[in-house]
Every structure is written in structure tokens, then in C-alpha cells.
Design a binder for this molecule. Sequence first.
Ligand SMILES: Cc1ncc(COP(=O)(O)O)c(C=O)c1O
Length: 452
Amino acid sequence: MAGSPVGDSRFILPSPLARELAETYQTPLYVIDERHFRERIRRTRSAAGSVWPGAEISFAAKANSTLAVLSIAVQEGCLIDAASEGELRAALLAGAEPSRCHLHGNNKTSAEIEYAMEVGVGSIVVDNFDELNRIFTLAQSHRCPDLLLRLAPGVDPITHEKISTGQADTKFGFNIVNGAAGRAVRVATGLSLPLVGFHCHVGSQLMDAEAQKSGAEVLARFVVDMWRDQGFVAKALNVGGGLGIRYTDADDPVSIEDYYREVSGAVAGAIREYGFELKLIHEPGRSLVGESGVTLYRIGTVKTVPVTEDLNRTYVCVDGGLADNPRPALYGAKYTVLHIPDRTKQMGEAKEQAVPGMARGEFDTTYTISGRHCETDTLFRDILLPDDVEEGDLVQVLCTGAYNASMASNYNRYPRPAAVLIREDGSHELVQRRETWEEMFAREILPGGRDE
Ligand SMILES: Cc1ncc(COP(=O)(O)O)c(C=O)c1O
């Protein structure tokens, strides 16, 4: 991969290219490496397919729904998991076949469901009884796609509470433990709806396969139970996403190969006596695109403030923050930050790093990296950088390919960043323009009808 040091699975921009991109497209800037992303998809599809023939990988569009990213996922043979009409529209604009997309969401409106039916999605993942009713009503006048029931398997993953979804106390899906899931099967089949199987997603940024294995196993056992109790033959099982990535050296996720082997093995073990063919679908987002992206920021103010009598803290303020990466504020998410000195600095080429952050041995100061937004907007604490960081230098934040661009906002009226794709031949291409001031105000109407 362009720029990644040996042994590091993450995409890292070499300093010269980082400077060129920052000068060409300005900062903050999202950068995605096409080759890295394609390789992650290929490796994942191969790992899943080698342990479960015909297993499908569905790219969770919520991780990154930039059209360029979705189009690569489509070209690489992924299904697309859309969690809203907007994500579904993005998938279709990116070239996905409607029949290769499925619609998620815990509170889909009738309008969203109708849109999905009209464009001909492959399946809808049904979250609750109200939605089942809405689908039944719409199915009187539209072709109803295949349905999967989202189930809450009652598994508590060890991850941040805001990204754990599989426990019993959750807004997502039909509970297995209280019998709602079994009732939902009865209702769907009683209404002659095209129910084909089940879905669960236990949580995200999982370091091992344990929670996912338990969730998949519960789901697979439910398949067998429904066949025994109700004669219902499931044809598809979507066990969600969740595999974590190496945001920092403290994160040590199990390998892609081990993960898919273990999860598929759990399903196979649980359906041993089930004599019917079952399509297995996985729905990862973060583990496909997270490590393929970095964000470039330029350093502005560097200031040291007193914390206690004998402790100072130095803030390095960058030209982005909460609005382009809300994850530190949302989950206390940690990242790896690498310094890229300004090219005009008196460093001498010999001292220049081919790969920033590696082998300089000068990282002797701990900084707090702050964004420029209100709230505290502390992006990253305790980051080791050289002691000569200063205004004009760049930093790159690793592993921002997932849940950054897709979570960006205009908070404090900052335009959303541009996104650039590093092509497989090493060239770079703008795939999302920086938001303009006109775009920022285009939707607004002053009271009394004046629109400017
Ligand atoms: C239903 C569903 N599927 C898939 C995913 C993707 O998860 P991850 O990006 O952790 O692989 C999520 C993430 O929240 C989800 O809610």
C-alpha cells in the first residue's frame, strides 16, 4: 500500500504527498486510498467465502456513504446496507443494483418503505411490529421485497455502550428472549409476507469474535427453533458487522480470517441438524474502509496553559474538529496522530521522514490536539509529537475512513471538508468538493419570504 510501513495494516500518507494534497485541496481533508480499500474488501470476501461458500459481504453505507466509496464497494461485489432512504439513494447513484441493496432502520417511515419497494430493493430488514403493519399495507399495492426480521439476540458486547446494539434492552429489533421474535415470524407468515430470514448486529469496534459468535449462534439456533416450532424455513441469515480496527496501538483486533472463520463456525455448529440451505450475509463497515482513510489538518495556534502549579498543557489547535470527526466527543474515541512538518522548515532532507511518525526518535512532548469548535472540542489527548510543532505544520489522523465523513456536520458554520481518492496508479482525484458558502446557506429562507 502506498505509504504504509511494513507490518502496519493502516493506510498512512507519505509526507510529500500529504503536503501536496493539503496545498492542492486545502485542509481539513479526508483522504481515502483506493487500493487499500479494495484490498480490504477482497480479503474480507475471500475470508468469508472460504469458510461459507456463497457468503455475501454487505458494505454498511453508514460507515462512509461518499459516492466514490460506495462505487468501489459495488465494483468489488459488495451488497449495500442502507440505513435510510438517503443512504439507499446514495447507493443507487453510486451504481448499485437495487436488488443488491437492503434497507435498514428502526423507525422507517411509510414513505421510505414505499421508495424502497418502488426502486426494487433486494430486501428490507424489519425492525418492529408497527413496521410489519406498514409493510403489509404497502404490499397491497407494491411488490414486496424479501424481508428479514431484525432480532435482538440478548448478547452484550464488550464495546462502547453507544455502539452496542445486540443486548436485550435495545431499541433495535424483535427480542428473542421475550418471545417477540417468534410472534413476528407467526405474524409475517400469517400475512403471507415474503419472510426469508433473520438479522442481528451485536455491536461495533469488536476486538475479538466472541460477542459476534454468540449473537450469530443465538440467531442460528432461532432458525432451527422456528423450523421446529412453526415449520418456517429460513433461507438467509445476516449476522451484521462489528469487527474493529487499529485506531491506536492499544487496539489489537483479531485477524479478518480468524474472525470470519469463528463466526461462520458458530453458525454452522448451531444449524447442524437444519437440512436447508442458508445464505450467510455479513455487514461490516468500519473494518472495510476505516483503515483506508486519513484526515489531514493544518496546525494553527499552539499554546501552553498552566494546569496546576507544576503542570502545563500545550494545546495544538487544528483547522477542523468536532464537525468533521465527532467520534472523540461522542465516544471518547482515540486515534493515532502523525506530524508532518511544513516543507519550509529548516529540517534538511536527511531528517525528513519518508513515513511520518516513524523512526524520528524526537517525540518528546505530549500535546492535546484541539479542534476549532465550541464545546471543548478536544480531539486527541496525550499525543506525542516533536517538540518543534508549530503553525503551518500538518498532522494526519489515521483510520478516519469510517464514521467521519458520514457523521460530519456544519457545526459553527464550518463548511464540510473535501474528500480525495488516491487512485491505484498513485494519482489523486477530488471525489467530494469542499462545501461552499452558497451551499451552506442554500436551504435557508429568512422570515417573510426573503431568501437571501
Ligand atoms: C445494522 C448494522 N449493520 C452493520 C453495521 C456496521 O458495523 P461496523 O461498521 O462496526 O462493521 C452497523 C453499525 O452500527 C449496524 O448498525
